[in-house]
Design a binder for this molecule. Structure first.
Ligand code: BGC
Length: 403
């Protein structure tokens, strides 16, 4: 196996608006927090909205040539049809600064949160959402498209759809399979519309989205174990992809962990399953470096597109020595490189995350950052993994590799 990544490989980190910016009070998730939908409130989060200039200096120190971040729809369009010039200007300044730093810009337009008015009046289960969403995409592309290198219209839509329309844990808090199906159909159409709009405005744009592509296996190799695994695979990956065929310039792949799916019980019409957990991990996640290779090779075979590893990371507790994250990065990159050497066309890799951040239902306890945030003082402190990743980037690959 060759010991280097391709010459133009994009080495990056990822963050999302709602999880880092703070004070996104026009967002449906903010309202969800106030109404008790979550145990933890996001508050000022990392206050990235005001600290981004300082944080960009850290990006340069880290040596990345690409940054994935998202723009918050509820800031850009706080009231229906009224776009905020100051929010657009703010994102323009961020993008310009990255350009000056020679850092490519990957922008995600929808990372699970929507403006309150959108959720109250529309929601993706209503057909009108397609028009409303594409109008937002058109406006942003028109204003900022010249500064965006890679367009990622949606982040992992099946996660908020499942949680928002089936379990009721995310806004809009519904448990309604029919609405889930409608929302899936509409958001996929909104995606395709947006893809066309972006290409019409910027013909050479790189446009796609990201998919959660953890490696799942049936825990028990019996009939029911395999069945539940197949249904989950259809839901996680195939349900969306079959609707957007031909409208992805790359396949954005987010990989975190191994999920062994087991059946808990089948009683009358109720089917219940659980995913095995690592008791020593703060979110119960099982780190499985080889899984990233398996996921990449499967996506390569099934979709035959350039692949962008848009997220890969590991939650830890605060106060650990960070060796686990260093090992995680090295182990996963070993397998990314194996996939490269076996013919997968991989454009780049983003570590999740640049900064510790608000982890949705889990709040601030799980730490994902290469940079630690002290939430009392908002002080930023690069971790050991920051320097390990810096070294990897500098060498465009790994020197010492362990799997
Ligand atoms: C999501 C992030 C989240 C991360 C860790 C990803 O699937 O895109 O928003 O923080 O997982 O749970």
């Amino acid at each position: 196996m060759q010991n280097k990544f391709p010459k133009d490989f994009l080495w990056g980190v990822a963050t999302s608006a709602y999880q880092t910016e703070g004070n996104n009070f026009n967002s449906d998730w903010w309202k969800w927090e106030q109404e008790g939908g979550t145990e933890h409130k996001s508050g000022v989060a990392c206050d990235y909205w005001n600290h981004w200039r300082r944080d960009h200096i850290l990006l340069t120190e880290l040596g990345v040539n690409s940054l994935r971040f998202s723009i918050e729809w509820s800031r850009i369009e706080p009231e229906e049809g009224k776009f905020s010039p100051s929010a657009i200007e703010h994102y323009r300044e961020m993008l310009q600064d990255l350009k000056l730093r020679n850092i490519k810009t990957q922008i995600t337009f929808w990372w699970w949160t929507s403006p309150i008015w959108f959720q109250e009046k529309y929601g993706f289960h209503k057909k009108a959402s397609i028009k409303i969403f594409s109008r937002y995409i058109e406006r942003v592309t028109h204003e900022l498209g010249g500064l965006i290198d890679i367009f990622q219209i949606l982040n992992e839509p099946m996660v908020p759809l499942g949680q928002g329309y089936l379990t009721g844990m995310f806004p809009p808090g519904k448990r309604n399979p029919l609405k889930l199906w409608l929302a899936l159909k509409n958001i996929a159409r909104a995606y395709v519309e947006s893809y066309k709009i972006i290409h019409a405005l910027k013909p050479d744009a790189q446009v796609g989205m990201t998919h959660l592509y953890n490696w799942y296996e049936p825990g028990k190799s019996n009939f029911f174990g395999k069945m539940i695994y197949k249904v989950s695979k259809w839901f996680r990956v195939m349900a969306f992809n079959r609707r957007i065929k031909g409208y992805q310039d790359f396949f954005g792949l987010n990989y975190y962990r191994l999920g062994k799916i087991n059946l808990r019980k089948i009683r009358s019409e109720k089917i219940n399953f659980f995913i095995e957990e690592d008791k020593n991990n703060i979110m119960g996640w099982i780190a499985y470096p080889e899984g990233i290779y398996k996921s990449i090779m499967e996506a390569h075979r099934d979709y035959n597109l350039p692949i962008y590893i848009t997220e890969n990371g590991f939650p830890t507790d605060i106060g650990i020595d960070d060796n686990a994250r260093v090992k995680f990065i090295q182990g996963h990159l070993y397998f990314v490189k194996k996939a490269v050497s076996e013919g997968a066309n991989i454009i780049g890799y983003n570590h999740w995350s640049f900064l510790d951040n608000y982890e949705w239902l889990y709040g601030f306890a799980p730490r994902f950052g290469l940079v630690e945030i002290d939430y009392k003082t908002l002080e930023r402190k690069p971790r050991k993994s920051f320097y390990a990743y810096q070294k990897i980037i500098k060498n465009n690959g790994l020197l010492e590799i362990s799997s």
